[in-house]
Design a binder for this molecule. Structure first.
Ligand code: TYM
Length: 337
């Protein structure tokens, strides 16, 4: 069997980028024969950038409901909350002690904060907490704890996966004694949606405030967001540059290759941006409408979701607890009883 694992940070409402980049591919993968899937709400990661407890709880519920509404079979997959697995922060500490600080200095998320500070002539580390700095180590612990081989994510996570491999190799080298503790994980990226653009053409992201919400606000909110997608000023009747438009990139993430080709031809033959937006909305709705109802039902039953997550945590800990005992012994700590 192939162990597959991915997580979503519980700091906001799931958007189309999360859906197309991680949720949809993770569900498709979980249905393949021989796949043992581990999917989780990364709530420890959320603490790095969110100090609002209610928002974290709400986001966790939304993400779990989204996964299930989108078709995840919680009996087949292990769906859990990161913070229900205490072995993860414990492993994180062991990995922290074998990770060179220089590796973390190169992490994109940290570097982006430093660059911003330098640009506005502030202290380089202004507003940077240690959680942000060592974020990739916690992510490595998530993955290595369950020896995941494949990790379905969007392109923005590729560097984190490379770091997880580096850290795993280092631990194996130091403590393995010929036997490897950790499998080296690989990214699984859907090239069509590796980076879904947001309303302004930059990567769709909570932090850019350019997202199209998945279910929150209903079909109306999706339509209103799509109406705000930035396009060039070409009028209906004028040929459009499909390849250069992020509206076309968004469409491709929700249509078959034939439909995309057709859409592209219509744009090149002068379809107006308004019509194109309508077509995009219809395509998104076709996929999401059946899920919306299930999502609303699930959101009305938080207790049901809580039960699913508790059951998931129990399944996850059957693996993490004995593995952690092995790792403790390997580094010279007392093995668990
Ligand atoms: P997060 O919560 O920022 O995003 C969750 C997933 O959604 C993908 N994604 C996108 N994909 C395509 N286009 C976009 N515009 C877009 N925006 C987000 C992300 O690539 C991600 O797959 N560090 C992770 C969470 C995490 C994790 C892990 C993932 C914690 N531990 C272990 C995998 C394995 C994060 O913050 O994702």
């Amino acid at each position: 069997t192939t162990r597959v694992l991915t997580g979503i940070t519980t700091s906001g409402t799931p958007h189309l980028g999360n859906y197309a980049g991680a949720i949809r591919p993770s569900i498709q993968t979980s249905e393949l024969p021989g796949v043992d899937a581990f999917y989780f709400m990364a709530d420890y990661h959320a603490l790095i950038k969110c100090d609002d407890p209610q928002r974290i709880a709400r986001s966790r519920l939304e993400i779990a409901a989204t996964w299930i509404a989108a078709g995840l079979d919680a009996d087949k997959v292990t769906l859990y909350r990161q913070s229900d697995v205490p072995e993860i922060p414990e492993l994180c500490w062991m990995l922290t002690c074998v990770t060179p600080k220089g590796l973390m200095n190169r992490a994109h998320a940290y570097k982006a904060s430093v660059d911003q500070n330098v640009a506005r002539q502030a202290e380089p580390d202004d507003g940077v907490n240690m959680g942000l700095f060592s974020y990739p180590i916690l992510m490595a612990a998530d993955i290595l704890m369950f020896n995941a081989r494949k990790v379905p994510v969007g392109r923005d996570q590729v560097q984190h996966l490379e770091m997880a491999r580096d850290i795993a190799q280092r631990f194996n080298h130091l403590y393995g004694g010929g036997q490897d503790f950790f499998v080296l994980p690989e990214v699984q990226i859907d090239d069509e949606v590796a980076t879904l653009p947001g309303l302004d053409g930059r990567k769709m992201s909570k932090s850019y405030d350019n997202t199209i919400p998945l279910f929150e606000g209903g079909a109306k909110a999706t339509r209103a967001a799509v109406a705000r997608i930035v396009t060039d000023s070409r009028e209906p009747g004028q040929p459009k540059d499909a390849e250069g438009s992020h509206l076309y990139t968004l469409y491709r993430a929700f249509a078959t290759p034939q439909e995309s080709l057709q859409f592209r031809r219509e744009l090149e033959q002068g379809m107006g941006w308004g019509d194109a937006k309508n077509q995009l909305c219809d395509r998104i709705e076709l996929e999401l409408a059946p899920m919306r109802e299930r999502y609303a039902e699930l959101m009305a039953k938080p207790q049901r979701i809580e039960e699913i997550l508790q059951a998931g945590a129990a399944k996850a800990r059957k693996i993490s607890a004995p593995f952690m005992a092995q790792l403790r012994a390997a580094v010279g700590l007392r093995p668990a009883v």
